[in-house]
Design a protein around this ligand. Structure first.
Ligand SMILES: [Zn+2]
Length: 295
């Protein structure tokens, strides 16, 4: 008999999270995505879909089945990483082919991020919002209210969405359940990430609904712990840069992440670079030929 928890992580199965929130797991588990990407269905009857997930036929089929008899009027995307938004275009096509093509679907989020004007391979360029999300934008979902909360950091175009009636923040990858969010420069930005975490303290939040993992019922504690975890790591970065001057990221990672299995160090290098770039932006660290020192 499978446990309750494992049942909840069955791809394609609809899980009722709260009165107005359901989720359908995409079949894309991995080291980076945990059990896979959660696609959320918001409302009943006239509904919104948040983060259609990767481009995947099975998941598309599951979403169509889960929303049978309902009208999808809105699609929200928290950001354009490849496990979140590429399912949008096929979903819109399928809904318009198989249901009423006259019903317009509003697509809300921010387009793929660029770096120095060039596309980033980690971002999905097929995602084209009909309504680019601005911080504080309010969307009326026939009685439910969704507010855009811009949270750059994990990705520069990351937006969380706050469901007022249930005080739920749909966090995308800003906060995950049980795993550390990767902040990978140049698009990821540690300073912006920590500021975007602090921003959450200004909202009255009862639950966090992450894109990976389960609903979190202790939002304040998790936000505080996540900030503390990052600042503790930053302290280790400061000590390492001070004691090992003129070291590269590769040389620093073994010291800064001595508590992390070495097979994860290549991923940790991204976060380490993000920490050092934060210190650089604050005028505390500098580099010559990618060798870092304390200023
Ligand atoms: Zn992401």
């Amino acid at each position: 008999m499978p446990s309750k928890k494992s049942l909840e992580f069955i791809p394609g199965k609809v899980v009722q999270c709260t009165e107005h929130l359901r989720r359908v797991l995409a079949p894309n588990p991995s080291m980076m995505t945990g059990p896979g990407t959660n696609t959320y269905l918001i409302g009943n009857g006239d509904i919104a879909i948040l983060d259609p997930g990767p481009k995947n036929k099975e998941h598309l089929k599951a979403l169509l089945k889960a929303t049978e008899g309902e009208t999808v009027r809105w699609i929200f995307c928290t950001h354009t990483h490849n496990d979140h938004s590429p399912g949008t275009v096929p979903l819109v096509e399928a809904l318009q082919n198989e249901r009423d093509p006259q019903i317009p679907i509003e697509i809300i989020g921010l387009p793929a991020a660029l770096h120095n004007g060039s596309p980033l391979s980690s971002h999905d360029r097929s995602f084209e919002p009909t309504h680019p999300a601005n911080h504080g934008d309010i969307f009326d979902l026939n009685g439910l209210t969704i507010e855009a909360v811009c949270t750059p950091g994990h990705a520069s175009n990351h937006v969380c969405f706050y469901l007022h009636e249930e005080k739920i923040l749909l966090t995308g990858d800003h906060i995950m359940d049980g795993s550390t969010v990767v902040i990978a420069p140049p698009d990821g930005d540690m300073k912006a990430y920590i500021e975007s975490l602090e921003l959450l303290n200004t909202y009255d939040i009862k639950h966090l609904a992450p894109a990976h993992g389960n609903l979190i019922d202790t939002p304040k504690e998790i936000v505080a712990a996540t900030i503390a975890h990052r600042l503790k790591r930053e302290d280790k970065v400061i000590v390492a840069v001070k004691t090992l001057p003129d070291s590269t990221i590769k040389e620093l990672v073994t010291t800064v992440y001595d508590d992390t299995p070495t097979f994860l160090h290549p991923v940790a290098e991204f976060s380490l670079l993000a920490h050092i770039l934060k210190l650089k932006a604050e005028g505390k660290a500098g580099e010559t030929n990618e060798r870092w020192r304390w200023l």
